[in-house]
Design a protein around this ligand. Structure first.
Ligand code: ADP
Ligand code: ZN
Length: 223
């Protein structure tokens, strides 16, 4: 099996993208690259760029391609993640996908695999509408999942704080976010489908078994 792995992880909100990124990067000692995390750092900087990024993020808009591509180019050209990465939240546009191919090619590398976390819409909706968070410590709970239910109804297991439902955790708001996701992601998934790099993984939960299935899928594709 190839040791270096360059993977893009795609998935709707609540698909478990963050969790799976962590599982995969830890298993294969890869770098987890989240453009959301990188941009949240940049926006704190007291610079022209910081202000610009802050302005887009506060409006809930995508940061312009040239900024995001420049950031990724710098990072890969500095030799970070030289032993492989899992990209999370990037690419978000076709221009970004094409730029990533060009940047990697310049370094004699290429993307190996694009994993599409294709989780059933009903499951995603349940994750959102049954989600509760502790109003004091932020611990997440889910009333639909036995392993994520609080021991005492409405009360945080850790700090006795009150559990609340966040105002944007409604089906209506979520369906809007889901549509936005598909508008962005579907052209990218087509792009990678044509390159023969896309694989779908329709997991619902992280268990020992689904973890093993994910590793098998990756190792089969990268053998
Ligand atoms: P979210 O799921 O809220 O989009 P992220 O952490 O992925 O969470 O991104 C947070 C914000 O950062 C986005 O709303 C967007 O403004 C910006 N961002 C992240 N990744 C990209 C990207 N690849 N291209 C453009 N903007 C991005
Ligand atoms: Zn709490």
């Amino acid at each position: 099996m190839k040791k270096e792995k360059r993977i893009v992880l795609m998935g709707a909100p609540a698909s478990g993208k963050g969790t799976w990124s962590k599982v995969i990067t830890e298993k294969y000692a890869l770098e987890h690259l989240s453009t959301g995390d990188l941009l949240r750092k940049v926006r704190e900087e007291d610079t022209e760029l910081g202000r610009k990024v802050r302005d887009y993020m506060d409006r809930g808009a995508l940061v312009p391609d040239d900024i995001v591509i420049g950031m990724v180019d710098d990072l890969l050209t500095r030799g970070e993640a030289a032993d492989g990465f899992v990209f999370d939240g990037f690419p978000r546009t076709l221009a970004q996908a094409e730029a990533l191919d060009i940047i990697l090619e310049r370094h004699g590398k290429s993307l190996d695999l694009v994993i599409d976390l294709d989780v059933d819409e009903k499951i995603l909706i349940d994750r959102i509408v049954y989600r509760r968070v502790c109003s004091d410590c932020g611990q997440p709970y889910n009333l639909k999942t036995a392993a994520m239910r609080p021991k005492v109804e409405g009360i945080c297991d850790y700090c006795n704080g009150r559990l609340i439902q966040r105002s944007d955790d409604t089906e209506e708001t979520f369906m809007k976010r889901l549509k936005e996701y598909h508008d962005q992601a579907d052209p990218l998934l087509d792009y990678y489908q044509k390159q023969g790099k896309r694989v779908s993984f329709s997991i619902s939960e992280l268990t020992d078994e689904t973890r093993r299935e994910m590793f098998e899928l990756i190792e089969e594709k990268l053998s």
